[in-house]
Unconditional design. Structure first.
Length: 159
C-alpha cells in the first residue's frame, strides 16, 4: 500500500500543473482505493468525500428530471464545501446512474479546473482506456481520451 500512496502523491503533484487537475485512482471494488485515499488524506490534511452520500442528500427532494439537470451544479457544491486545494472523492457510483444522463469523466474534469480532484474509479485502466463496469452491464462505459492522471491500485501494472 505504501507504493500506491507514493504513486498517488506523485500523481497529485503532476496533476497540479495540468489544465484538468484530475487524478483517477482506478481499481476493482475491494482493491484498496478507499484505504489509499484515507491514508493520503490523513497524511496531508485533505478531506475524503463520499460522493454517493453527499449527492444523494442533495438530490432527495428533486424529481428525476431535476436531478439530471442539476447533478453538475450539485457535485460542484459538494467539492466546494471541502477545504483545501486537493479534494478526495470516493464512492462515485451515483455518477454512473444512467438515469442522471451525465458523462462521469467529463463531470469530474470540469470540476477539476480550479482544484485538484482525486477520484476513485471502480474499474480498470488498460492500454490508455479507462473502463467502468463490464461490457453488457447497463453502466458500462469506456473513455479512450482521459485527460487525467490515471494510476491503478490492486494490480501489478501501475501506470
Amino acid at each position: 500500500m505504501a507504493d500506491s500512496v507514493a504513486k498517488l502523491e506523485e500523481a497529485i503533484q503532476q496533476a497540479a500543473s495540468q489544465y484538468y487537475r484530475l487524478v483517477i485512482l482506478a481499481g476493482a471494488p475491494g482493491s484498496g482505493k478507499t484505504t489509499v485515499l484515507k491514508t493520503v488524506g490523513q497524511k496531508n490534511g485533505w478531506q475524503l468525500v463520499n460522493v454517493n452520500l453527499e449527492l444523494s442528500k442533495r438530490m432527495l427532494e428533486l424529481t428525476r428530471t431535476q436531478r439530471s439537470r442539476q447533478v453538475e451544479r450539485l457535485l460542484k457544491e459538494v467539492i466546494a464545501a471541502a477545504p483545501g486545494e486537493v479534494v478526495l472523492l470516493d464512492n462515485l457510483e451515483i455518477l454512473f446512474d444512467t438515469g442522471l444522463e451525465v458523462e462521469p469523466l467529463r463531470l469530474l474534469q470540469v470540476s477539476s479546473r480550479n482544484r485538484t480532484i482525486v477520484a476513485s474509479w471502480n474499474g480498470s485502466f488498460q492500454a490508455g482506456t479507462l473502463i467502468y463496469a463490464e461490457p453488457g452491464h447497463p453502466e458500462f462505459i469506456q473513455f479512450k481520451q482521459t485527460e487525467a492522471v490515471v494510476i491503478t491500485v490492486g494490480t501489478s501494472a501501475n501506470n
